[in-house]
Design a protein around this ligand. Structure first.
Ligand SMILES: [Zn+2]
Length: 236
């Protein structure tokens, strides 16, 4: 029995390694998706920044065009100053020119503000572009590493599974069945060590008398709390 229990204990170790590997395999696509999402977010941000810059540039060009038209108008009004007949007309024209110039000043101010904004946004845009390039490079390196790890993990799991099955094939059918049921019901852990009178599967105390029996590894003893097969190995 001792030999069989020990074999089960070793099979359980392989089982746990297989589970760990499978967990890693599950994480790989999640991480890849996460990386894609991160890249997508930065690309979207850059796209938005670009759009805003284009919009502001368009507005600036529009205002500059307006300014040209208005300046032309002022020139024509100023020419007309020489033609007016009355002082009243002259004053009215002068006032018109004055307010047109004031409006132009405001437009020029707007143009300058727009230029400032665009300049700032372009800096942000350039920063984001550098960030994207860096992220793309890092993501690619990580993706290659993950794919490589996934491939080797597949091989490792296959090897461990064969080793586990080989071990299980030499224990009695009865033990193998119990092992299989517990593995299903107890999150993949059917056999567990005991330390200081505590089952390491569920962390519950084992009655002292039973613990003494467990340490002998002479018979099949299951934890009174979690039902797992108990095996004692001091330094493990
Ligand atoms: Zn237990």
């Amino acid at each position: 029995m001792e030999q069989e229990l020990e074999t089960l204990f070793e099979a359980q170790k392989l089982e746990s390694m297989i589970m760990e590997g499978e967990q890693k395999l599950l994480q790989a696509p999640r991480r890849l998706k996460q990386m894609e999402d991160e890249l997508g977010a930065v690309r979207e941000k850059i796209e938005r920044e670009k759009e805003i810059i284009e919009e502001l540039e368009k507005e600036r060009r529009k205002k500059e065009k307006e300014l040209e038209v208005e300046k032309d108008k002022i020139k024509k009004l100023e020419v007309r100053l020489y033609d007016v007949k009355t002082n009243k007309e002259y004053q009215a024209l002068l006032k018109e020119i004055e307010s047109a110039k004031e409006a132009n000043d405001r437009t020029e101010e707007d143009v300058l503000v727009l230029m400032d904004k665009v300049e700032d946004l372009k800096k942000d845009f350039e920063g984001s572009t550098v960030q994207l390039k860096k992220l793309e490079k890092e993501s690619e390196i990580e993706r290659v590493a993950i794919e490589k790890e996934t491939r080797s993990m597949d091989e490792v799991i296959a090897k461990l599974t064969t080793e586990r099955d080989n071990l299980l094939s030499v224990v009695s059918e009865n033990l193998r069945t119990i092992y299989g049921i517990l593995r299903e019901k107890r999150g993949g852990v059917a056999v567990t060590n005991v330390k200081h009178g505590v089952c390491l599967g569920c962390n519950m105390n084992i009655p002292p008398q039973l613990f003494i029996e467990v340490t002998k590894n002479k018979q099949l003893i299951q934890c009174p709390s979690c039902n797992r097969i108990l095996f004692f190995r001091e330094n493990d």
